[in-house]
Design a protein around this ligand. Sequence first.
Ligand SMILES: NC(=O)c1ccc[n+]([C@@H]2O[C@H](COP(=O)([O-])OP(=O)(O)OC[C@H]3O[C@@H](n4cnc5c(N)ncnc54)[C@H](OP(=O)(O)O)[C@@H]3O)[C@@H](O)[C@H]2O)c1
Length: 324
Amino acid sequence: MEASQQKGTIDRRTFVKLSLAGGAGLLTAGSGALFGAESSLSTSMNSIFKLGGDLPVNRLGFGAMRLTGENIWGWPPDRANALKVLRRAVELGVNLIDTADAYGPEVSELLIAEALHPYPAGLVIATKGGLTRPGPGEWEPNGRPDYLKGCVEKSLKRLRLERIDLYQLHTVDPKVPMEESLGALKEMQAAGKIRHVGLSNVSPEKIVRARKVLPIVSVQNRYNIGDRKSEKALIYCEKEELGFMPWFPIGGGGGLKSGAALDAIAKTHSASVYQLAIAWLLQRSPVMLPIPGTSKIVHLEENVAAAKLKLTPEEWKTIDGLAG
Ligand SMILES: NC(=O)c1ccc[n+]([C@@H]2O[C@H](COP(=O)([O-])OP(=O)(O)OC[C@H]3O[C@@H](n4cnc5c(N)ncnc54)[C@H](OP(=O)(O)O)[C@@H]3O)[C@@H](O)[C@H]2O)c1
């Protein structure tokens, strides 16, 4: 797909300028219209990104993987709490929720529907397929076309949707040519069951290959202060105006390694290092769509508040220099 077909809220010149400005590159939000006046994001530094040029989301999203049982397996010990976390996220102005059929498996999608259906206007649920769960802690790719088509149908049922706004291929199955896996998603898109398609865990070369099969609107790779292995994929996304959803944005289950420099900046802002990590990502690029995950309301509120945190260019550069 041509970049011009994927134009977002920002014209290309402004976009490139913002990308180059790095730390200084943020658009102020006009997101109040999407959600109620109570939304704390509506007055924040958070800005809107249009997935595929036509699907607006507040850039700070929520990852719903952590709502399941231990090892991303089964039901959470406190199901009522998981439902509360999801409802609170939306109340706070989050309108991009990332999930996958593999989380639980099935549990994360079922919780989302239980908590939020009928969905408020403007809520984008981004799910994924292509990774199976033989057991707790086990993840195995399956990119066979028929399997993937079945996954889409089942996610539609669990999420109680007629069309999935963003369906991401969770990973490329080394046993199946990616063109075949994506061909199946293209068919589901043509049948009206998927609006936009995204990729996950891919190199720039794979993104280029995928875009020869069908339009791709987003990429979801691991990326955070300490792990920039996907820098090239991020740069590709910036150039082509694709959304980039960093997973493990605040370091994942192992947390973030804080250090003197990070702690000092956190203290200046009366913020946590997790908030700094989110603010740093949001200021890294206008295509950055962080999806921090949590099972706790208090962490959710803290993470969402990070969208209001503005790092100075010097602070941003100091954090940028901390890559592991
Ligand atoms: N595409 C992929 O292959 C892939 C892989 C992994 C994840 N993902 C997606 O990316 C999302 C984000 O990744 P993630 O959830 O694994 O990692 P993450 O967002 O970097 O970190 C989540 C971890 O940090 C803790 N946490 C969250 N907020 C905190 C805070 N304010 N203070 C202290 N601890 C905090 C959480 O524990 P508590 O529950 O105790 O808050 C949880 O253990 C997932 O939810 C999922 O949607 C995608």
